[in-house]
Structure formats: structure tokens, C-alpha cells
Design a protein around this ligand. Structure first.
Ligand SMILES: *[C@@H]1O[C@H](CO)[C@@H](O)[C@H](O)[C@H]1NC(C)=O
Ligand SMILES: *[C@@H]1O[C@H](CO)[C@@H](O)[C@H](O)[C@H]1NC(C)=O
Length: 577
């Protein structure tokens, strides 16, 4: 809810009307006090968070490869993006949903308390041994990643406790010699920016800006495209070059965070840096071996996408695609190129990447879809029906793009994909989906697909549920992508059964991953009985997985998708009004 600023001294009619509306509003708020969503207390200003500068100032390092022109954020009126959320008017929050929401919150609190006790200010808690580990530079990754979840779950005391640590992080204090540009951008920069967008604590924006100044130097290469690592010494000496064989997602999904940083600071350099990557994407979209898509690995130094043969929406490429429609949103629709690239890419995805598993006639989920891989050879395209937990975000992406750009077929595809992931959760004894698996596909994603017993016996794994060919990587590592898509589909379609789907997933996750301290990645979702714990709890457990579970059981106006756009680490950024 937005509170208006104080009225000026003179009262004209418009103002009187405004005051009346404000009075009615205030009364309503008073009456509805017990039903307020946690978000409505954002106006309570708190300025106890003190910024402390890092011991090295990256803003003072000049580019060795300066750019001649800084591209500015597009201005002008916002263009016609369609409303994202289903019309929830008349929505009533019932007791069952509240108790589910509180169960998710309790799971968060347990993991968070253990992190505080055993791994405070370290990157991760090891949830079995109760130790801390540093995996991302030692800048409290779990803490920074969890800031906005603390806020959303109304754990305000802990939010301010964590925010005061975050605002004192020293980006120069690390034993690492380089930083992973992508991970640091989506987790730390994204985490600080969304915590600022929600709380308006100036110290958090200051800290984000400081980190942005460091990460910005990664773009200081001869062609202004960044490498995978930001190496501190190379950056200071101007020795960085773009990579020749880097995951396409890495340089190509920094755009939301850098753009938000420009919007909030008024410093266009950050937007300029990522707009050059977008230029590259636009230039090369039709010159790959699978026109419309960019390959998994890209030679950013030669700016070539034409030799690599592998294409996917999963690992290595995923968020490149995710960020196209989301950038259209963050820029208020002012830059048509993102929609264009999205439409073009999704057309290729529909033609070559989607699979429908062959299922028995009585299976009620016969129309579900998965995203697989494609390898383009000289005379053939090898389509690989291999699903990944990581590519489960695509259901949400299709539905979001379908809603924004008014492509109803894509909302439908998105739902079939999101339900596909939910179906795959249910297919295993733990109720969880493997990290990587293969299906026995139908010949097309639409049209008839009769059950073929002989084919199933030839290609299927008889120990698995009908439809699966293998569970090649049987781990579940607390990933969010399946619940992410179920959440998005719920907010987009309003279909209530998706909440029951989510609840079932949540219960399975808790049962299979709970440790005395927190929750842990597990070795094998096909296990019957006790699961083997891998003593790992990546920061996305608190940043993403539990946030999505919490949000789907929250009233739909909590982090409304018409007010916020979430980055690939589930950090909500305020959309332009
Ligand atoms: C540097 O970081 C470590 C933890 O990563 C911390 O223990 C230490 O106090 C920090 N030093 C300074 C000078 O901030
Ligand atoms: C790429 O090809 C698609 C489909 O043929 C077309 O719609 C699009 O405009 C092309 N993009 C560019 C940048 O040429």
C-alpha cells in the first residue's frame, strides 16, 4: 500500500476529496487492522541501519577501456503491458491457507535460527554438521539473500539485525582473488536492491551501489562484454577480456539488477553496461545454429554464437531467457526489443525444445510438458528429452510472457509445464523431482499419443513410474524452480488447486530434507524410507524456495506481480508506476 505525502496548506476541492478518501482509507485500515498483510507496515520508517564503507573504493578505479557513449534508461510513457495477476477481487484468505503459510514461516525460522547460531555472517550453513562455509567470497551470502524474505515474512527484528550486518560488508575483505560475476549479481546485488525496495533503508542502497561499482568493472574489457570471473588484480590493471567459452546465462542475465541499480541511483553506467550485452543478444539471435535461440556456451570475445551446437533452457542458459520478458517489465515496456526477442526465442523453443511424456491412457496429466535440449548437427537436429529441475522455471516464464504480451497459448503452455514439474515430484517415492531425468516422449506435444507398451519396455526404466527413462542425477538440492512456476501460475490463473499442489510439494520437501538444525540437499529422490543428507543448504533455500512457498499461501496482494518483478534469485524489484 502506498501512503500519500502530507498535503500542502491550501485546500482546494480536489484536495478536500482526497482528504475524504484518506479518512475513509484510514478508517478502513483501522477496522481491518487484524487482517493487514505484513507488507502494509512498510511505511514505518526505520533508520537504525548504519552504512560503513568498504576498505577499497572501486568507484575510484577508472576504466581502461572507456566507453564513448553512456546509453541512458529509456524514458517516455510506459507502454502497454497487460496486467499479470488474475483478478482476485472477492478473494478471502481462509484459515487453512493461513496455517499453511505459517508452517512455511516456521520452516524458515528454524533454518534461519540455525544459520544465526552456527554460521552467522558466513555464506552458508552446513545443515547436518552445523558448521559454516564460505562459498561466495565470504560476504554472508545466506544473510544477504534472505533479507527480503525476512521482511516479507514480517520478521522485522531479524531483518534489521541482518540489514545492519549487510550494510557493513567489506567487498575488499575476501580471501578469494576473483568473484563469480553472475552469482554475486543475482544473490548479493539482487538481495540488497530488493531489501532496499521493500524497506527503503538508505544504507542498503549505498551498499548495493558500492557492490555495483565493483561489479561494473567486470565490463571493462576491450569489447565491453564481461568475463565469467571478475578477477580483482586483472580489473585493477585493465587486463580483463571476455570469455571464449562461457555459459550464456552468465553475462546475459545481469540486466535486471544493473538496470534497477541505475533506476535507483540515477547513474546510467550500470544500465549502459548491460544494454551492450542486450545489443549483442539482439545482433546474434538469428545467427546461431538454431535461429531464435542462443547456445549454452558463447564465445563472447569473438562475439560469435555460430559454432556451438547445444541449446537448452536449463543449466548454463536458463536465466538469459528468463530475463527477456522481465526486462520488458522493469523498463515499463519502454523498450520493445525484449518482447521481440522473447517471442522469437519462444517460437523456436516450442518447435524444438518441448516434450510431452508418453503416459498411460488413464493418467489425468496426459498433456503435461517438459523443456529438454537440442543439439544441431550438419544434417539433423538431435532432440534430447532430458528434463532438469533447473528448467522448471520455464512454466512461469511462458505464463508470464503470455500474460504480459497477450499470447494466451503461452499461458496454456506454461501451465502444462508447471504441472509437468509437479507431476514429476509426485512420481518419486520421496515426492521430489530429481535434478536431471529423462522421459520417454510422445512424437508431438499436441495430437494423439497412445500408450505404447513395447516402446516403454524398450526405452523406459521399469523401476521408475511410467513415463521416465532414467533419473540420471537423482539429487534434490532444495531448488525453487518447480514451486516458482506453480506460484506464478497461481497468481496468473487464480486456479485454487495449485495451492494444494504446492502444499503437497512443501510437505514432501520437509519430510525428505529436514535435519535437526535446518534442511539439507539429499542424495537420492528415489530412496524409500530415510534419505541420505548431503550437508548442504544453498542460500536459495531461504531466498527463493521458502519465499515462493510462503507467497503462494499469502493473500495475492503480497508482492503482487503487478507491482514487483522478481529476479532469478526471487528478489522482488519495484516495477515502474
Ligand atoms: C573480514 O572477513 C572476515 C570473515 O570473512 C571477518 O572475520 C573479519 O573480521 C573481516 N575483517 C575486517 C577487517 O572486516
Ligand atoms: C529473426 O528471425 C525471426 C523469424 O524469422 C524474425 O521475426 C526476426 O525479426 C529476426 N530478427 C532479426 C534481428 O533479424
Amino acid at each position: 500500500m502506498v501512503h500519500s505525502s502530507p498535503p500542502p496548506a491550501t485546500l482546494d476541492h480536489r484536495l478536500q476529496r482526497l482528504l475524504l478518501v484518506a479518512a475513509v482509507f484510514a478508517l478502513t485500515v483501522l477496522v481491518l487492522q487484524p487482517f493487514r498483510s505484513p507488507l502494509s507496515s512498510t511505511s514505518k520508517l526505520h533508520s537504525g541501519v548504519r552504512f560503513e564503507p568498504s576498505s577499497f573504493d572501486w568507484a575510484a578505479v577508472a576504466r581502461h577501456h572507456p566507453v564513448s557513449l553512456i546509453h541512458e534508461l529509456p524514458t517516455g510513457p510506459t507502454a502497454n503491458l497487460q496486467r499479470v495477476q488474475h483478478d482476485f477481487s472477492g478473494y478471502r484468505h481462509d484459515a487453512k491457507t493461513t496455517s499453511r503459510q505459517q508452517a512455511v514461516r516456521a520452516a524458515f525460522v528454524q533454518s534461519w535460527e540455525s544459520y544465526k547460531k552456527y554460521a552467522w555472517t558466513m555464506d552458508e550453513l552446513a545443515p547436518v554438521s552445523g558448521e559454516g562455509k564460505n562459498t561466495f567470497g565470504g560476504w554472508a551470502a545466506t544473510l544477504v539473500d534472505a533479507l527480503d524474505t525476512l521482511w516479507i515474512m514480517d520478521l522485522r527484528g531479524d531483518f534489521y539485525l541482518a540489514a545492519s550486518v549487510a550494510a557493513r560488508l567489506d567487498w575488499a575483505n575476501t580471501t578469494d582473488t576473483s568473484v563469480n560475476l553472475f552469482e554475486t549479481t543475482i544473490r548479493h546485488l539482487g538481495g540488497l536492491l530488493s531489501a532496499y525496495d521493500l524497506s527503503k533503508e538508505p544504507a542498503l542502497l549505498e551498499k548495493a551501489k558500492e557492490l555495483g561499482n565493483m561489479l561494473y568493472l567486470a565490463f571493462d574489457t576491450p569489447n565491453s562484454l564481461p568475463g565469467f570471473w571478475l578477477n580483482f588484480d586483472d580489473a585493477k590493471q585493465g587486463l580483463q577480456v571476455a570469455g571464449t567459452n562461457d555459459p550464456s546465462a552468465s553475462p546475459c542475465s545481469l540486466s535486471l539488477e544493473f538496470t534497477r541499480l541505475s533506476q535507483l541511483t540515477g547513474d546510467n553506467r550500470f544500465y549502459d553496461a548491460v544494454s551492450r550485452v542486450t545489443d549483442f543478444l539482439e545482433r546474434t539471435q538469428n545467427s546461431s545454429k538454431l535461429p531464435g535461440m542462443w547456445p549454452k556456451l558463447i564465445d563472447f570475445r569473438e562475439e560469435s554464437v555460430s559454432t556451438e551446437t547445444g541449446f537448452t533452457l536449463g543449466a548454463l542458459a536458463d536465466s538469459l531467457y528468463e530475463y527477456l520478458p522481465k526486462m520488458a517489465v522493469l523498463l515499463g515496456g519502454r523498450s520493445p526489443r525484449y518482447e521481440k526477442m522473447h517471442r522469437n526465442a519462444m517460437a523456436t523453443v516450442v518447435d524444438y525444445l518441448l516434450f510431452r511424456p508418453m503416459l498411460p491412457e488413464d493418467d489425468e496429466h496426459k498433456d503435461i510438458l517438459f523443456a529438454g535440449d537440442a543439439y544441431v548437427h550438419t544434417d539433423a537436429i538431435d532432440r534430447v528429452p532430458e528434463g532438469q529441475h533447473l528448467s522448471c522455471f520455464t512454466g512461469g516464464m511462458f505464463a508470464l510472457g503470455g500474460k504480459l504480451f497477450n499470447i494466451p497459448d503461452h499461458v496454456d503452455i506454461g501451465e502444462r509445464m508447471a504441472r509437468g514439474c509437479a507431476w514429476a515430484y509426485n512420481a518419486f517415492p520421496t515426492g521430489l523431482m530429481p535434478e536431471i531425468f529423462r522421459i520417454v516422449p510422445c512424437s508431438s506435444i499436441d495430437g494423439p499419443c497412445p500408450w505404447d507398451q513395447a516402446l516403454w519396455q524398450k526405452d523406459g526404466d521399469q523401476r521408475l513410474k511410467k513415463g521416465f527413462a532414467n533419473a540420471r542425477d537423482p539429487r534434490y538440492i532444495l531448488r525453487p524452480e518447480a514451486i516458482e512456476s506453480i506460484f506464478l501460475l497461481y497468481r496468473i490463473t487464480g486456479k485454487d488447486d495449485l495451492r494444494d499442489v504446492a502444499w503437497r510439494m512443501f510437505q514432501s520437501v520437509m519430510k525428505a530434507t529436514k535435519t535437526p538444525l535446518a534442511n539439507s540437499a539429499i542424495a537420492d529422490v528415489t530412496a524409500r524410507g530415510e534419505t541420505e543428507k548431503l550437508d548442504s543448504m544453498e542460500s536459495f533455500w531461504l531466498a527463493e524456495t521458502l519465499k515462493y512457498f510462503y507467497l503462494i499461501f499469502s493473500p495475492p496482494n503480497v508482492i503482487s506481480l503487478d507491482e514487483f518483478i522478481l529476479n532469478t534469485e526471487a528478489h522482488p524489484f519495484q516495477r515502474p508506476k
